[in-house]
Design a protein around this ligand. Structure first.
Ligand code: ARG
Length: 468
């Protein structure tokens, strides 16, 4: 990069020389904000249409600008555009190239600053990104539902403290993640409503003295709410310095990453020899360079691991913003890499987790063996006593004594005799051991939200319908 080349767009006039080489290197953003090119061009097209409407551009000039931007867009898409670091960022690169080809390009920046331009581009980019991410999350939800449906009769132990607690349908466990992911979608969609507001026309800080038609630009760029009402930022100073929307996205994504990480952790446990509940297809695992027998759940591990950078990006953004005086400050350029990284990371994690789960088989026998542990139904035995009229506290105590007896005699709970049970408490009747029939036990769990046979089938059907 040359030291003294004058950059044709922003520095002409005021500056005698271009920035020193290491200054240019330190301040440039083209190495990462080139990604905004499509949205930068879209914004410029809308701005040009508006400038034509208010008489700043002639029809011929507008057409020349449209053609020029179109051509530049095609070259960028084809990888044939040469980005110039001395032009700092995506905005100046595109505008400078346009102006080289189309003289009217020199009018395009009328009543526009890179401050409102970058705010616009990032909003446009993030709007698309949220839509894509929501689509990927729905795919992951579908993969979870499908796995649940294919194994609708599989029961596993549910765990608290990672200790066996009570039996649940595998589908119930999987649907817990579908619920979490749904809340993530709601948060992202809510964030979308605040991303979807047009800042263009705010200028550098104070709008413009020219009679811009902000609503036209907003309409052209589809900044409208569900009722078709145009969404415009209402304070130019806020509009050029606000990055709340980026923070919100990173926060919603951080929570999404938490959910993905928890799912990943379950997958890792389940794939391990100790649980051995699932088998991930070879193509979605990796081997060890040393131990020939290894098959590792790396997708899940990396999903869990990448949570760290997603959290980091959120904290970086918050820290970036906290001491900024009004209004735009160059610090804000640091928002993009954090935002891009979060968007790329969560989208890839969601996609890969969905692909992996779609290629995962359930080891039904191992699940059945684990779920057959009668201790999982100890609480059902207490409920049995409650049905017989005993208060829950003493019932809990009695079953505790039964569990202790089973341990002492080295028998599983369901192998105790009626006499042994009655030795602990006379309330136990002939039907007491029937509690340990897993099928009937599951049929009884039919409260809303419970893992009962009917309820889980209902929830699977509801999600299948909702996600189709
Ligand atoms: N690359 C800059 C950013 O991302 C664009 C805005 C620059 N504005 C300015 N007045 N220097 O924030």
């Amino acid at each position: 990069m040359s030291t003294n080349k004058k950059s044709p767009v922003s520095r002409s006039g005021r500056f005698a020389s271009g920035p020193a080489a290491d200054v240019a290197k330190f301040t440039e953003s083209i190495s990462f904000d080139w990604r905004l090119w499509k949205h930068d061009i879209l914004g410029s097209l809308a701005h040009a249409a508006m400038l034509k409407k208010i008489g700043v551009l002639t029809k011929a000039e507008e057409i020349a600008i449209i053609r020029g931007l179109d051509q530049i867009g095609k070259e960028i898409a084809a990888g044939k555009f040469s980005w110039k670091p001395e032009l700092e960022d995506v905005h100046m690169n595109i505008e400078a190239e346009l102006t080289k080809r189309v003289p009217a390009g020199a009018k395009l920046h009328t009543a526009r600053s890179r401050n409102d331009q970058v705010a616009l581009d990032v909003r446009l980019w993030l709007r698309d990104e949220i839509t894509l991410l929501l689509g990927e999350i729905a795919n992951l939800q579908r993969a979870l539902v499908t796995l649940g449906e294919r194994n609708a009769d599989v029961i596993i132990p549910g765990y608290t403290h990672l200790q066996r607690a009570q039996p649940v349908y595998l589908a119930h466990h999987l649907l817990a993640y579908v619920e979490m992911l749904e809340r993530d979608c709601e948060r992202l969609w809510d964030c979308h409503s605040r991303v979807n507001i047009c800042p263009l026309g705010s200028g550098a800080i104070a709008g413009s003295t020219l009679p811009l038609d902000r609503a036209l630009v907003a309409k052209l760029l589809d900044f409208v709410d569900a009722n078709g009402k145009v969404q415009l930022t209402q304070n130019s100073m806020d509009a050029v310095s606000d990055r709340d929307f980026a923070v919100e996205f990173c926060a919603a994504s951080a929570l999404l990453a938490v959910h993905l990480s928890r799912l990943a952790e379950d997958v890792i446990l389940w794939a391990g020899t100790e649980f051995n509940f699932i088998k991930i297809a070879d193509a979605y695992t990796t081997g060890s360079s040393l131990m020939p027998q290894k098959k590792n759940p790396d997708i899940a591990e990396l999903t869990r691991g990448k949570t760290g950078r997603v959290f980091g990006n959120l904290i970086s953004l918050l820290t970036l913003l906290k001491g900024l005086p009004m209004t735009y400050n160059r610090d804000l350029q640091e928002d993009k890499e954090r935002l891009f990284d979060t968007a790329d990371t969560v989208r890839a994690s969601v996609r890969l987790m969905a692909a992996m789960l779609s290629n995962t088989k359930i080891n039904r026998e191992n699940c059945a063996a684990a779920a057959s542990d009668p201790a999982l139904l100890a609480t059902d035995l207490a409920d049995y006593l409650v049905r017989k009229g005993m208060a829950f506290r003493p019932a809990h105590h009695v079953v505790g004594a039964v569990v202790a007896l089973a341990e002492k005699t080295g028998k599983p709970l369901n192998q105790l005799t009626l006499a042994e049970l009655q030795g602990v408490d006379k309330t136990f009747g002939r039907d007491a051991l029937g509690v340990f029939n897993l099928k009937t036990a599951m049929a009884k769990r039919n409260l809303t939200g419970a893992p009962g046979t009917k309820e889980v089938a209902k929830q699977l059907a509801r999600w299948r319908e909702q996600l189709s």
